[in-house]
Write a protein that binds this ligand. Structure first.
Ligand code: FE2
Ligand code: FE2
Ligand code: FE2
Length: 172
């Protein structure tokens, strides 16, 4: 994970900006694909998904050059740190900002994310303990609420405990 340490500064800065841009394009195209699907454009949806994947390939190449990608134990540590930062500092302070500015939509989205990130940090922590011993995580199904991202391992809920959604969760 040391390529980023050796890269010349301007190339490193360019790689970071390229990684951020490609990451955002990947995410936006996947969201746009869902919209196209709902609006009855399956082939436009397919095009968005295909190109989103190409942007993921580009982002992966930049991430590797930046030294962001390690072995699974290292990647889990990075994921745990990221989720914990969101839980302990980022989303609590974002929620206060949205509260102060009476931005209800933003506040709700921050709350939804905060609740899920707590679970993500725990899941990654459990997985890291296993990976440290060279073992894979358990094979229980993982369910995601499509409205708020609430994440649950094991069996499906009747309704989402965070947002109240009663439809189908996405299963992994
Ligand atoms: Fe690209
Ligand atoms: Fe998360
Ligand atoms: Fe939910």
């Amino acid at each position: 994970m040391s390529n980023g340490d050796n890269m010349k500064k301007m190339s490193e800065k360019a790689s970071l900006e390229a990684f951020q841009g490609e990451s955002m394009a990947h995410m936006k195209y996947n969201i746009y694909a869902d919209v196209a699907e709902k609006e009855g454009y399956p082939n436009i949806a397919r095009m968005f998904r295909a190109i989103a994947y190409a942007e993921q390939v580009h982002a992966s190449n930049h991430a590797r050059n930046l030294g962001y990608v390690g072995r699974t134990e290292e990647n889990l540590s990075d994921a745990i740190n990221g989720e914990n930062f969101e839980v302990e500092e980022m989303y609590p302070s974002y929620m206060l900002t949205a509260e102060m500015q009476k931005e209800d939509g933003a506040k709700r989205a921050f709350h939804y994310a905060l609740e899920a990130e707590k679970i993500h940090a725990k899941m990654y922590g459990d997985a890291k303990e296993m990976a440290n011993e060279g073992r894979d995580a358990g094979d229980e199904s993982i369910y995601i609420c499509p409205i708020c991202g609430y994440t649950h391992v094991g069996s499906e809920h009747d309704s989402c405990p965070v947002c109240g959604y009663k439809g189908e969760f996405r299963k992994f």
